[in-house]
Design a protein around this ligand. Structure first.
Ligand SMILES: [Zn+2]
Length: 330
């Protein structure tokens, strides 16, 4: 066994419902993984206990002889200061304000710990071991309930001057558009997130569009999901197809702004909505081709993410391993 395969890091993805923890070797391979309930409603102390317990449970599953654990990376929601290790605020974790997450976990586990924003670690994972490898500038958009963003430049996570940067879901694509969860109008997130897709579909149905979706949800639009809109589109429903096509077009408008600023090699699209694949990526690419400054689109690849739901945990371990592996030789 080489020194590389003996060196591992732990990555923890702190979600609102579940914690996902993985053990990864220096080649980026997952050795072991577990999920653990977050119990977010119980407050920060219980959540932190669960983080520590998840890592201990994970380590108990690994044969530890000859293995060196170089640290624990935690991807956490909300604005957080990765230098001081403090979570400033986590909107979906009740009671999380100015929590010294890094130091508390490091003391409990007696291991070096780093914390990083969850969207940033998901982006870093795609740069390190996923669809954006070998890029100089890579942008990641995660289309889920909201829209998360991450920017990796020369292998470094771009955070902004106060750790709040790369909120790419909140770039404006329509000046007087739909209201967004952030309070602004016309944000990318209000249109291309799962929530945005459902909202636009319901508006179209209420203004008289006919669709198989009303039967699919038994006339209860409260149960409509973006997944069902996608399935209806696959089944040639014309409203669902036009909603999905429009989602791609609007995504392309957002990507154009990012591409004009950053001139990236890759824009990687992840999250549940990205399962629609070329149904949204083709119109997005066409829109960027039409709108971007000369030279931008030719060098840009818009690709689906590769790492799926493990991206956050892989990236959290990756921020520990990436710099270390440069020092390790076989
Ligand atoms: Zn917004």
């Amino acid at each position: 066994m080489s020194i590389r395969t003996k060196t591992i890091a732990i990555g923890v993805d702190l979600g609102g419902t579940n914690l996902r923890a993985v053990a990864i070797n220096a080649d980026g391979q997952i050795i072991e993984r577990i999920t653990y309930p977050t119990q977010a409603q119980e407050g920060p102390n219980v959540v932190i206990k669960n983080i520590v317990a998840s890592v201990r449970t994970l380590l108990a599953k690994i044969a530890l002889e000859d293995i060196k654990i170089i640290g624990v990376g935690i991807g956490a929601p909300g604005p957080l200061n990765s230098e001081t290790g403090v979570v400033i605020k986590a909107p979906n974790l009740p009671g999380w304000e100015n929590i010294h997450l890094r130091d508390i976990v490091a003391k409990e586990l007696q291991l070096p710990v780093r914390i990083e924003n969850d969207a940033n670690v998901a982006a870093f994972a795609e740069y390190w071991k996923g669809a954006g490898q070998n890029s100089k500038v890579m942008i990641c958009l995660t289309l889920g309930t909201g829209v998360g963003g991450g920017i990796i430049i020369d292998g470094n996570i771009f955070r902004g001057s106060h750790f709040i940067g790369a909120e790419l879901g909140h770039i404006t694509i329509k000046y007087d558009g739909l209201r967004c969860s952030c309070g602004n109008k016309g944000c990318l997130e209000a249109y291309v997130s799962a929530t945005g897709i459902v909202a636009r579909t319901i508006m179209a149905i209420r203004s008289g569009a006919t669709t198989i979706l009303t039967d699919m949800v038994d006339n209860d639009l409260n149960t409509l999901t973006s997944e069902l809109v996608y399935q209806a589109a696959v089944n040639n429903d014309s409203l669902a197809q036009s909603i999905m096509h429009e989602t791609g077009t609007l995504l392309g408008i957002g990507i154009t702004s990012l591409a004009n600023i950053f001139n990236p090699d890759f824009v990687i699209i992840g999250g549940g909505v990205s399962k629609a694949g070329d149904m949204i990526l083709t119109p997005a690419r066409q829109e960027v081709q039409k709108r971007a400054m000369p030279g931008i689109a030719e060098h840009l690849k818009i690709l689906p993410a590769m790492l799926g739901e493990d991206a956050g945990a892989i990236g959290a371990a990756g921020i520990i391993l990436y710099n270390e592996t440069a020092k390790i030789s076989d």
